[in-house]
Every structure is written in structure tokens, then in C-alpha cells.
Design a protein around this ligand. Structure first.
Ligand SMILES: C[S@@+](CC[C@H](N)C(=O)[O-])C[C@H]1O[C@@H](n2cnc3c(N)ncnc32)[C@H](O)[C@@H]1O
Length: 188
């Protein structure tokens, strides 16, 4: 309910009317191979639909930080997962928070950010930052709604990923999600 209300107030950034399904969430965490990670970030945690699966797949001692630009969502995630560091801020400022927590590099970034809605400049800027903070061999995962293929922002985003990352794997479509999506895993 809260999620739909936030969608109506911020449709471009929230980008979906309901949280991701359990199936999408477990597919993305399986692809992320979290058991070997030491530092994991989630960008765009929303009300915590993926956070639950991420937290339950982390090994002991892993540093995990969830980010969202919307404070209504970060308050919800803080309440649901009291042990998790939750930051209310844009993913674009991630390096500022890394300094604050003395983190040099990240092993896995799981993103729900609405890439197709971002400008070309915003996509490029954020992907440059993501590439810079990832460890060599680290991975960046994002789901992309299939219907957004009609938006120029989506093909632009995929082109930048292809240019930037050494290896890219795309899952089969996850139909049991509103909206159906595929998952792209980029490895540095
Ligand atoms: C589609 S929702 C995903 C929520 C949740 N992870 C899920 O899968 O149900 C996208 C989220 O990205 C957040 N967001 C959008 N732009 C952002 C940015 N630049 N930095 C951090 N969060 C952002 C929105 O506030 C929203 O909660």
C-alpha cells in the first residue's frame, strides 16, 4: 500500500506500482552469488522487496548497505531490518558514504534503479561511478522491465553497459513479476 502511494507521488523514480516479486528477488540473489562477497550494496531498495533475500544470502561479517533516495522507503527498510545500514541518499553520492564507512571497493551491487527514466548524462555518470567502485571480478546486477524496450533510455543504457563491462549475462525473462523483467549481470 505504502509502495503504491509512493509510486503515485514519485512515478518516475519509483517506476513500479508494486514491489518486486519473490521470484524476481530470488533469481537476482542467486545470480549475484553472494556467498563469496565481502562488501555488498543495494541501490534503490524501495520498501525492501529484494533486501530480504539479499540479507538472508549474506555470509557472516559481510558489509551490506542499502540505499534509496526516498526517505519514506528508507524508514521502512530500517524498521524491517534493524541490523542493516540503510542510507537515505542518491546512489550518485555512494563514494561519499564509502569514505564515511572506510570502504574502498565493492564486490556486488544489486540495483533496482529506474535506468530507462534517467537521462543519458545521468546513466553515464552513475555507471562510471559503479565501474570505479567495483572490485576487479566484482559484479553489478540490475533488472530491466521488458516493456521499457520502447523507451530510448533503455537501449541507451544497454549500449553503455556493453561498452563498459567485460562480461555481460542476461537471464531469461521473469514473467511472474509486475512488470515482467530480465536480469542483467555485468562483471568487471
Ligand atoms: C522500482 S523501485 C524498486 C524498489 C524495490 N527494490 C523493489 O524491487 O521492489 C526503484 C527505487 O529506486 C529509488 N531510486 C530512484 N532513483 C534513485 C537514486 N538516484 N538513488 C537511490 N535510489 C533511487 C526509488 O526511490 C525507488 O524506491
Amino acid at each position: 500500500m505504502k509502495f503504491s502511494k509512493e509510486f503515485l507521488s514519485h512515478p518516475a523514480t519509483a517506476s513500479s506500482i508494486v514491489p518486486s516479486s519473490k521470484i524476481l528477488s530470488s533469481r537476482i540473489t542467486n545470480m549475484a552469488n553472494l556467498k563469496d562477497a565481502e562488501v555488498v550494496f543495494e541501490f534503490g531498495c524501495g520498501s525492501g522487496a529484494l533486501t530480504r533475500d539479499i540479507v538472508s544470502n549474506l555470509s557472516d561479517g559481510v558489509v551490506f548497505i542499502a540505499f534509496d533516495a526516498n526517505s519514506t522507503f528508507t524508514e521502512i527498510v530500517k524498521r524491517k531490518y534493524p541490523g542493516v545500514i540503510v542510507i537515505n541518499g542518491s546512489a550518485e553520492n555512494v563514494e561519499k558514504y564509502m569514505k564515511q564507512y572506510s570502504i574502498d571497493n565493492v564486490d556486488v551491487i544489486i540495483s533496482s534503479l529506474p535506468w530507462a527514466a534517467f537521462s543519458h548524462a545521468a546513466q553515464s555518470r552513475l555507471l562510471r561511478i559503479i565501474y570505479r567502485i567495483l572490485n576487479s571480478g566484482g559484479s553489478f546486477l540490475t533488472y530491466i522491465y521488458l516493456h521499457t524496450f520502447v523507451f530510448p533510455g533503455q537501449s541507451r543504457f544497454r549500449k553503455i553497459l556493453n561498452r563498459k563491462f567485460e562480461t555481460i549475462n542476461i537471464s531469461n525473462a521473469v514473467w511472474a513479476n509486475l512488470f515482467p523483467a530480465d536480469i542483467t549481470k555485468c562483471t568487471r
